[in-house]
Design a protein around this ligand. Structure first.
Ligand code: ATP
Length: 187
């Protein structure tokens, strides 16, 4: 079974852009674990496909039983990634990719999961600010929050916690390096 690949890096650094390119180039080869949530399913959402829909009691139990890689609460609901979700992807014969934050990376590192760690860095904090502004998804407050979190993520990357750090300056160059790291252990 291919080792799961943990991809992290500050918000706005280009992870989704890179992952989208990879999924388009290799359809069916990679998978994401299905996230868990306590929010209600929206019209058309399928349990076990879009999310695993859990009760608050079930979710809290999973946190206490150390079954969660990462979790957070947004507007009164719990959201998170469980170790079991990664196992399911591996059982499908796909390589599991995890797009998680620093806390999630630390939690995978503390587990017995044999993963590979890739960090995507922005050319600079100034560039990151420009990209997040350009993406048009942030309020002034969420922008500052993301930039503060980015500083902590970059400091963590400087400790050597990852197998490889790629700076996303030129997208095509970055994608080539990204692909090389990911494909290094694929058959
Ligand atoms: N090399 C690049 N040069 C310039 N802009 C880029 C580059 N890579 C990505 N971008 C742009 O930067 C913005 C942020 O990228 P993206 O949404 O992929 O980040 P992300 O790391 O997935 O963020 P989040 O963790 O918040 O989902 C997007 O508007 C994207 O088009």
């Amino acid at each position: 079974m291919a080792r799961p690949i943990v991809i992290s890096g500050p918000s706005g650094t280009g992870k989704s852009t890179l992952l989208k390119k990879l999924f388009a180039e290799y359809p069916g080869k990679f998978g994401f674990s299905v996230s868990n949530t306590t929010r209600s399913p929206r019209e058309g959402e399928v349990d076990g496909v879009d999310y695993n829909f859990l009760s608050v009691e079930e979710f809290k139990h999973n946190i206490e039983a150390n079954k969660m890689i990462e979790w957070a609460q947004f507007s009164g609901n719990y959201y998170g990634t469980a170790f079991e979700g990664v196992e399911r992807v591996l059982q499908l014969g796909q390589t599991c990719l995890l797009d998680i934050d620093m806390q999630g990376v630390k939690s995978v590192k503390a587990s017995d999961m044999d993963a590979r760690y890739l960090f995507i860095a922005p050319p600079s904090i100034q560039d990151l600010r420009k990209r997040l502004e350009g993406r048009g998804t942030e309020t002034a407050e969420s922008l500052e929050k993301r930039l503060a979190a980015a500083t902590a993520e970059l400091e963590y990357a400087e400790t050597g916690a990852h197998d490889l750090i790629i700076v996303n300056d030129d997208l095509e160059k970055c994608y080539a390096q990204f692909k090389e790291f990911i494909m290094a252990e694929q058959n």
